[in-house]
Design a protein around this ligand. Sequence first.
Ligand SMILES: [Cu+2]
Length: 159
Amino acid sequence: MKKSALVALAVFALGLYPAMAGPGQAGHGHAEETAYGKPGDPKKPARIVNIRMGEGDGKMFFSPPIVEIKRGEQVRFKLLNGGELDHELVIATLEENLKHAIEMQKNPDMEHDDPNAKRLAPKKTGDIVWHFTKAGEFDFSCLIPGHREAGMTGKIIVK
Ligand SMILES: [Cu+2]
């Protein structure tokens, strides 16, 4: 088991991340619902949303920083890391991402292999397929220490 999984389990055991337990747990045959939806089904159609990650002018960014989605829509985020550093995109509620950011400061090498997150080396691309089953405003952030603070945060609005 990876260190990251152990950390996630330990955190889950403490009851700090109830909503993260679903996507993070191995061996679950079904996609568990979170407050912000559930892992997508790659075999089903999805709207493509391109998001570029990078840094410049002393800031780090996602472009675009705001994504609007219709409730019930499945989205394939096509991510490109156009920067010089590693970046990641983690979809969650704002509260979860803020808590998670604190965990990341304690464990900067924590890796995400959860369906709601993707970490990319420079110039790499990757996808997240997510099914937005619930309306609301959600967060996406890069939780590598310092990055969210430098501007790597965005908003998903599901109507
Ligand atoms: Cu970053």
